[in-house]
Every structure is written in structure tokens, then in C-alpha cells.
Design a protein around this ligand. Structure first.
Ligand code: LLP
Length: 407
């Protein structure tokens, strides 16, 4: 880590390529052992760098995109369009057109206006687009409200309880440009308690049974498997998650007398989160007597928004003196003009000073992908390491990049 920081500068995001591949393979192996043909769809929003997208493709994963930009990135990385799944609660005509023209396999329909819009654009092109209907089963899992999506009062999807899901299915079945292939639900993210998956599957199975017809071939259960950000976090294993999801769908579909659908899942965080770390250089410290010590690093909310947005907790390591025992707590803060730009509120560290290198583990998901240029801070470089070798996969942003779009 010290050598990488010397070579590439800081802040620096470092991914362990072996860990990324191992997790992708663990997903494949876990689901293959339970049911044939489970589609594992990497949720690219978690980190959509080209190197990662290529890696996901090489490991046999499909990909979920949530905008024209993510679609472009996935196509650029060489994904078979048939295995691209396009999400979004407000896909505009241009994005839908781009998806149709690229031959994107499946669009996940999120609202009634979209039924009409996709149908029209598909008929204009003489195609019958495969679609899933995103439903909200009314399950509220225990996670931060900002990343909880399966409840009735949600901007995403169609409510089963409120009847709009039924309306959507009817409209799609009647639309000449659309082919209904199944249902989708994503109840939330960073989930440790798997019972919510079973509860969701039960509600969606009842709904599927109420629909009649034989066009519910797919049940996409979304993403959501949580990861450990701190020593105290105890997430479930991929194998247990796979078993929970597959057995929930198998059991519930059996209960309502429907044949087992093709199961799909959309993991994002659990594939990339723990494989990535961020390295920051301490610039200076400040003691507020009787209150606390602050240590300022050369990044912050512009490369890791999660602490600010969700109160997410990370546990830093002092990379250049990794064996040194923690002696107290410091508040690790970023360099932005915001009091809330706190990376770690109570960081347990040895004494730190200018030049020290702090490593924040488990920043691989929703760090780089949610980065900004606030305060004109350039976004970090990204490096992949594997078996003692490293390669730069995304260069650091430059000052010129900051002004390049200003006309
Ligand atoms: N599928 C759909 C439809 C989703 O909305 C999401 C995440 C996923 C899959 C992937 O979920 P995962 O396996 O990563 O939990 N920025 C937030 C997370 C937002 C999640 C949005 N949707 C964070 O940093 O915690």
C-alpha cells in the first residue's frame, strides 16, 4: 500500500483483482449448486469502471445498468447486449432508444408512463422488447431508509398492494411492442437479515399466481446482500444468501402452484465492496483541548460520500505503521469546505501526523461511482492489484479535466 501510494499518489482506490474474481466465482458456484440457469447480474452502479465491467463479463456475469451512461459503459466493456438488464425509474426516450437500438435483452419497467413509452419506441423499430415488471411487495427490511426500496411508499416500481402492479401487467400484456417475461423486486441494500427475502418472495408469488397466464418465466430478486464494513458487522455468506433466495422462490412458487421460474439476482456491493480500499495521506492534525483531535486527509466526501449520506461507519488502518497499536481516537476528516465532511467520526488509530498513510477498507462499492468534484477536488486514480503486481485502470483526474466541459 505504501509503495502504491508513492507510485500513484493519493487518494488512491485499490482493488484486489483476485478478490473480485473469487467473489464473482463464489456467486456462480453457490447458485449453480442450487438451481440451473440462475442469472447473476452484476449491479454496475456499485462500481462501473471499465476494468470491473470487463472482469464481470469474463467471470460470466450479466450486467444491470440504470442509465444511458451505464449502458454505454457496459456495451463498451463488451457485454452481450442480450445479457444487459436496464433499470431506472425515469428512463427517457433517448435512453430507451439507445437500449432498443443496442438490442438490450431486458428492460425493467418502473411506471405506467414507461409502459406506453417503451411500447411506442419498440413498435417504431418493429421489435417486441422483453420486459420485467418491478414490483414493491410492501416489505420494509432493516437497513438505512435511503437504501430501502421495497416499501409501498417508494419512488421505485409498482405497488402490489395498491393495485398498480396488476395494472402494469395488464397494460404490458396488451402492448404489441412488449413481451412480459416476469417480475422483479429489490427490497433494499446492505441487508443482514435474510427473512425479508422470504417475505418478499411470498407476496410476489401470490401476486404471480393472481395474474394467470404463463408469461411469468423470470423472478428477479434484485441485490442487497450486506457486507462487513467494521469488525462488528456479521453479514451472511454468499452461499446462505443463495440458498435463502432460491429456496424462497422455489417454496413460494410451489405453494401457489406455479412452476419454478428462472431466478435472477443483482448483487453489486457484495461483489466489489470488500475488494476495494482507499488510501489517504494525512496532511495535518488539530487538537481541540478537552474535545478531540482532528486528522485531515487529502480526500473526503468527494470520493466517499457514504459516511455523510448514510452515516456509514468505516474502520481505518494506518498503512505505513500497520503493526502500531491504536492509542486513542481521532476524527478523520476530509478536505472539503463542509463541517459534515467526516470520513470516520471515531477512528481508533495510533498517533498520526503529516505524511501518514491511512487505509480505509471496504470502500469498493458506491465510493468511486458516487464521487464528485466538489471544491474542485480531482477524482482519485484506481489501481487493480493481483499476485504482487499492480496496474492503473483509471487515471487520476487532472485540473484540465475540471474545466474541459466548460464552453
Ligand atoms: N438492483 C437494483 C434494482 C438496485 O436498485 C440495486 C441498488 C442493486 C440491484 C444492487 O444492490 P446491492 O447488491 O449493491 O445492495 N449508494 C447506496 C446503495 C444504493 C443501492 C441502490 N440500488 C450505498 O452506498 O449504500
Amino acid at each position: 500500500m505504501v509503495a502504491l501510494a508513492e507510485e500513484h499518489g493519493t487518494p488512491l482506490v485499490v482493488y484486489d483483482e483476485g478478490a473480485l474474481r473469487a467473489t464473482a466465482r463464489a456467486y456462480r458456484a453457490a447458485f449453480d449448486a442450487l438451481a440451473p440457469d440462475v442469472e447473476i447480474i452484476y449491479a454496475s452502479k456499485a462500481y462501473f469502471g471499465q476494468a470491473m465491467l470487463r472482469l464481470a463479463r469474463e467471470e460470466g456475469l450479466a450486467v444491470d445498468v440504470a442509465s444511458g451512461g451505464e449502458l454505454f459503459s457496459a456495451l463498451r466493456a463488451g457485454f452481450d447486449p442480450a445479457r444487459i438488464y436496464m433499470h431506472g425509474n425515469n428512463k427517457d426516450a433517448r435512453e430507451i432508444g439507445e437500449a432498443l437500438d443496442a438490442g438490450v435483452g431486458t428492460l425493467i419497467i418502473d411506471n405506467l408512463d414507461e409502459v406506453e413509452r417503451v411500447d411506442r419506441l419498440a413498435r417504431e423499430r418493429g421489435v417486441r422488447q422483453r420486459v420485467l415488471v418491478r414490483v414493491t411487495p410492501g416489505v420494509k427490511p432493516s437497513t438505512h431508509s435511503f437504501i430501502s426500496t421495497g416499501q409501498l411508499d417508494s419512488k421505485f416500481g409498482f405497488s402490489i398492494e395498491g393495485g398498480s402492479a396488476r395494472e402494469a401487467v395488464d397494460a404490458i400484456r396488451a402492448a404489441g411492442g412488449l413481451r412480459m417475461t416476469g417480475l422483479h423486486c429489490h427490497i433494499g441494500s446492505q441487508l443482514f437479515d435474510f427473512s425479508a427475502f422470504g417475505a418478499a418472495a411470498a407476496i410476489v408469488a401470490d401476486f404471480a399466481a393472481s395474474l394467470g397466464g404463463d408469461d411469468i418465466e423470470v423472478m428477479d430478486m434484485g441485490g442487497g446482500l450486506g457486507i462487513a464494513y467494521t469488525r462488528d458487522d456479521r453479514p451472511g455468506a454468499i452461499e446462505d444468501y443463495a440458498e435463502t433466495v432460491v429456496e424462497a422462490v422455489r417454496g413460494e412458487w410451489g405453494r401457489v402452484g406455479l412452476p419454478m421460474p428462472r431466478v435472477m439476482v443483482e448483487p453489486g456491493r457484495s461483489i466489489v465492496g470488500r475488494a476495494g480500499v482507499t488510501l489517504y495521506r494525512v496532511g495535518g492534525t488539530k487538537v481541540v483541548p478537552g474535545v478531540r483531535t482532528y486528522a485531515s486527509v487529502d480526500g473526503g466526501m468527494s470520493d466517499l460520500l457514504r459516511p455523510m449520506l448514510y452515516g456509514a461507519v468505516y474502520e481505518p488502518i494506518l498503512a505505513n505503521r500497520a503493526e502500531a497499536e491504536p492509542t486513542g481516537t481521532v476524527r478523520l476528516v476530509g478536505k472539503h469546505c463542509e463541517s459534515g465532511d467526516v470520513l470516520v467520526g471515531e477512528a481508533s488509530l495510533p498517533p498520526v501526523g503529516p505524511g501518514d498513510l491511512v487505509c480505509l477498507p471496504a470502500t469498493g462499492a458506491y465510493g468511486v461511482s458516487m464521487a464528485s468534484n466538489y471544491n474542485g477536488v480531482t477524482r482519485p486514480a484506481v489501481v487493480f492489484v493481483d499476485e504482487g503486481r499492480s496496474r492503473l485502470v483509471t487515471r487520476r483526474e487532472t485540473y484540465d479535466d475540471l474545466v474541459a466541459r466548460d464552453v
